[in-house]
Design a protein around this ligand. Sequence first.
Ligand code: FES
Length: 567
Amino acid sequence: MAEKRKAGLARGLTNYGDRDFSLYLRRSFAGSMGYSRQMLAKPIVGIAYTRSGFNNCHRHFPELLEAVKRGVLAAGALPMDFPTISLGEVFLNPTSLKFRNLMAMDTEEMIRAQPMDAVVLMGGCDKTVPAQLMGAASADLPAIQLVAGPMMTSRHGEERLGACTDCRRFWGKYRAGEIDDKEIGEIEGRLATTAGTCAVMGTASTMACIAEALGMSLPGTAAIPAVHADRLRAAEASGEAAVRLIANPIRPSQIITKKSVENALRVLLALGGSTNAIIHLTAIAGRLGIDVPLTWLNELSDTTPVLVNLKPVGKHYMEDFFAAGGLGAVLRELQPTLNLDCLTVSGETLGERLSAEPFYVDRAVIASADAPLETAGGLVALFGTLAPRGAILKRSAADKTLFESQGRAVVFSSLEDLAARIDDPDLDVEPDDILVLQNAGPKSRSGMPEAGYLPIPKKLAARGVKDMMRISDARMSGTAFGTIILHVSPEAAIGGPLALVQTGDRIQLSVRDRRIDLLVEEAELAKRRKNLKTADNREALRGYDKLYAQEVLQADEGCDFAFLKST
Ligand code: FES
């Protein structure tokens, strides 16, 4: 007969071969932290806590943690925070994506190994939320995502500044010689001035909205600014809700379903959200055996309008989005196309949630479905001879005059090659060329960095060129913009067609036909393929580098590890 499931401190006892001894010892050691016997008898809400000196976006987490604990205690359970690794986007080398799966493993195993009945996941900076959702999906204990919330904007003269679209905009001006060292120094001190995640619809904000759209965060919490008192109230409410989930368990596997993933995809498209989010959502869904083929994204993209006027695509910032009605307003516009019977962590269905929300909306920031900013979704997947398994274009952030065009490739074989030559005054490049970067995909040494936003060559920037078509197997920051084709799969490092492109080749883009093609005869490609040298150095690797190189999947499969996907 199956053993009755234990709760609280009695869950998952350390194995000494004597269960009563294990519990006695655990209670004794837990008691050494000053808890009474009465407290230790309560159900436990774990809190996955990711404050780090290397994560500026989470600097307010101590205060937020207190609010979560308050909510848990008020609802009658014992809060126990525990650390996991934290991924501060700009502090990680070679790139934070490489460590997303490590954080997901850390989160999953610590949820499973420690005695808790539900868990609140405190994350925010780009890769932390997907990592926590991936881990929680695999552990499948009742879980609530609480995000950090976005930063507030700042000022530079008359201009509003928000990380990090404006970081790139001003850096582009600096490279073009439009602003000097002194001014870029001043801007550097004004771009990121409060706690919280990047202030635009970058990856962190997109993932916060996706977590809420999936039903894994409490309604109305995705966009609350990090420093707003409502953020603390959301933390308290998340703690309370986690306790409710102990009495009435709703597991991630009941919330993250094919239907809720479809809802999240629609939200991603309507936000004109980050290209990274498609990788993360694919990885999260993959933990529960749900495939997210890029053809699905295209089907939904045709019938999902862009509704949100936020940088990097539009004008406004996350604090404006919050004041304008937040994600609830977007969901209400999308309501006829959403699966309303999906469960959320609040215990309500999405349909129940939407029927109860107030209706104030600032239409300058969140358009209605009847008068959208764009009639089709912000992202589109491309297939063709250059990307047989797909590539991504954020069309809402791209130059539409290039959508049906072809150009001459100017190829950089690696990030090092790019850095060495992009600003060479003798570089043979014109504004209608296509910049191609190879060997920046998940299995490359660089681990798929956000390098797909290739800089405009200095000599062209000085001539006023602001955008060019750029193609790579890399990613791009969610805060970046331009005609940039990313995530080309299969990648160059494993011999994908991208590896065969040479300077002078013609490449054709057709957004209408969803195609990206290398216009080179097959006989010539076969010759190149034969001579292709793939720099496989896996034998020389050790530790996590080795695991990553061996197991990471291509972008179209979410860059998860093969052995972590649900079978
Ligand atoms: Fe953390 Fe942008 S650096 S969200």
